[in-house]
Design a protein. Structure first.
Length: 221
């Protein structure tokens, strides 16, 4: 997929900023994960990883995106936070890859206690391959929180209004909400069937406030 990382990052910084702490709080509350190893898939500028880091005491964060420009911005943002907060014991690593890649789990070579991903799923060409990779990348007892949303209906409406105002001031050009009709994501039942087949513990959060999120865990050994 071609994605203008700088353009998206500017929107995330200027308009989406308030959604990440809300989503991060929901991640931590639903998964119970506050420490260990965290992976952000389709991290973009790293805003969700950063908000989740602020909720806990993770000792390792890995950023994954297929877009090298996005990954660089995310690395810089997270490194800046870790340095300024003197959290130098938190390790940072990154992986420039398609989440659907067949050899991904072998290439990464480690597993994670928490995997988060927001707003990336609509772009994945092979949804089943991506979910199999996510499951393979979970440590025993690990949990993934994957999907999309704007934190709350009020935030979504606030951001839509801000976008409309920017377009009004720019003669009609400017940011727009993602057109869900272009999403490559599947019906919820397709993921449920796969997660059952994999033996995952799972829950689906799908509502007008939060969006749609798949919360799935690998049983502890
Ligand atoms: C809409 S942005 C969301 C960024 C970030 N998660 C956020 O919430 O601000 C989608 C990101 O997913 C990445 N992406 C899209 N398809 C991908 C794939 N198949 N594998 C890895 N990253 C992908 C894009 O490069 C982009 O950075």
């Amino acid at each position: 997929m071609s994605h203008n990382a700088e353009e998206y990052d500017a929107i995330a910084e200027r308009l989406f900023a308030p959604i990440y702490p809300v989503i991060a709080a929901a991640v931590v509350e639903r998964t119970g994960k506050r420490c260990g190893r965290m992976l952000d898939v389709g991290c973009g500028g790293g805003h969700l990883a950063l908000a989740v880091l602020r909720e806990g005491a993770f000792d390792h964060v890995t950023l994954l995106d297929e877009n090298a420009d996005a990954l660089k911005m995310a690395e810089d943002r997270i490194r800046g936070e870790l340095t300024s907060e003197n959290r130098t014991s938190t390790m940072l690593s990154s992986c420039c890859s398609d989440i659907c890649a067949a050899d991904l789990a072998e290439r990464i070579g480690t597993t994670f206690d928490l995997i988060v991903s927001r707003g990336s799923m609509p772009f994945w060409d092979d949804q089943m391959a991506a979910f199999k990779n996510l499951y393979a990348l979970l440590a025993p007892g690990g949990v993934a929180y994957v999907g999309g949303g704007m934190g709350s209906r009020a935030l979504r409406e606030q951001i839509a209004a801000q976008m409309a105002e920017i377009r009004r001031q720019n003669g009609g050009s400017g940011p727009r909400m993602f057109d869900m009709s272009a999403s490559k994501a599947l019906e919820t039942s397709a993921y449920e069937a796969l997660l059952e087949h994999l033996g995952a513990d799972y829950d689906v959060v799908a509502n007008d406030e939060e969006g749609r999120w798949f919360v799935f865990g690998k049983p502890a050994e």
